[in-house]
Design a protein around this ligand. Sequence first.
Ligand SMILES: C[S@@+](CC[C@H](N)C(=O)[O-])C[C@H]1O[C@@H](n2cnc3c(N)ncnc32)[C@H](O)[C@@H]1O
Length: 215
Amino acid sequence: MDPADFVRRNTAVTAPPLVPEIRLHLATEITPIWQATEDTLARTGLPPPFWAFAWAGGQALARYLLDHPVEVAGRSVLDFGAGSGLVAIAAAKAGAASVLAAEIDDFAAAAIAANASLNNVDISVRTTDLLDAIDPQWEIVTAGDVCYERPMADRVTGWLRILAGRGTLVLLGDPGRAYLPDKGLTERARYLVPTSREIEDRDNRETIVWQVMPG
Ligand SMILES: C[S@@+](CC[C@H](N)C(=O)[O-])C[C@H]1O[C@@H](n2cnc3c(N)ncnc32)[C@H](O)[C@@H]1O
């Protein structure tokens, strides 16, 4: 199964509600991707298709970057846990000098490449796990909706905090997920993000763009 082929066959081009200027290959009601995942991806032990949805945390972060381009213009950006690439694409559109999307899922990497091309921006993708090392080579690190699972959230937020301590501006978009740290965060902006009942349990989620403060 070619990942780029899977992405194209199981998605439709749609704009996330809070970020209408960015179009993405996303799952919709007419493309039953979770079913496809169970039938196809699970057999090969691949993770669920997080990349096929524009998560509330990512939408808020993308909106924030597009509305505050001064944060990223001319700077190097890493979008960690990029999924569809929504936040990375917003950073590129806002004028970032370079954008790297970090994703450990090869299908997400294919989705990011397809979505970058759809929006006429250059995004590099890295599929190695960056959490294994502290490498503060980016001026800005963004992370949309990464606090939904305890082991991952603990690992990611610890890593982000160390980067913040070394001078990186770290922005985290989060709609109140269970494993968001309860301290060391400063609110930058707040949005009401329309959500689908297919993946959330409500029609919208209040979502905050946080700056992660040094530990
Ligand atoms: C809920 S999705 C959020 C996607 C996107 N940021 C958004 O807001 O739409 C979280 C993503 O983090 C990715 N991820 C998990 N662990 C990771 C790691 N160690 N390095 C890079 N990406 C990771 C998952 O594959 C998944 O696509």
